[in-house]
Design a protein around this ligand. Structure first.
Ligand code: SF4
Ligand code: SF4
Length: 165
């Protein structure tokens, strides 16, 4: 699988261009719920991550902030040797859905070379993104379609999936 870096703007254009086709494909997939879907997606996920280095990208860290759970916040504060209350005051705000997110965007812990300063203690959402190795992938088909606008790996996995089912 050949994956090349694309900016979020390029990925958005590509996702828009293929939107009708992808919608039809996902509709078919939701109806069929193929038993092998997880196995196939997970194989594509591993192939993609063998091929592509997230350090050449960081689109997710640059454009979509993770949702933060209390445990994430406590772990990050500890990593930075800060009191949780001070960490929250400096870095966290609540969004319109009542979820905790980083105040600043791009992520305050992203370095110019795309390394994450808090990598070992990064939030759960960062660990799990872009979810292409998740069980019961059919539950996140629409989310994955949305993620095609940000992540070159999801975009390519989606195209490859179309050839497999
Ligand atoms: S915490 Fe690290 S992995 Fe998560 S968005 Fe920030 S820089 Fe990216
Ligand atoms: S997970 Fe996707 S969007 Fe994030 S850095 Fe890796 S390739 Fe880029």
């Amino acid at each position: 699988m050949k994956i090349s870096y694309k900016t979020p703007e390029e990925l958005k254009l590509l996702t828009d261009k293929t939107r009708l086709e992808t919608n039809a494909f996902l509709k078919k997939l939701k109806k069929k719920k193929p038993k092998k879907l997880d196995d196939v997606v997970h194989e594509l996920h591993h192939e993609a991550f063998d091929e592509f280095d997230c350090l050449d990208c960081a689109n997710c860290c640059l454009t979509i902030g993770p949702r933060l759970f209390d445990k994430d916040i406590e772990r990050l504060a500890k990593h930075l040797k800060m009191k949780t209350v001070d960490f929250m005051q400096q870095y966290i705000k609540t969004d319109e859905d009542g979820d905790s997110i980083f105040k600043d965007h791009p992520c305050p812990f992203l370095l110019p070379d795309n390394y994450c300063i808090v990598y070992e203690s990064r939030p759960k959402a960062c660990r799990e993104y872009p979810h292409t190795d998740r069980k019961r992938f059919y539950q996140i088909l629409d989310l994955s379609h949305k993620n095609c606008e940000t992540c070159p790996i999801v975009s390519e996995v989606m195209e490859q999936l179309k050839n497999k089912f």
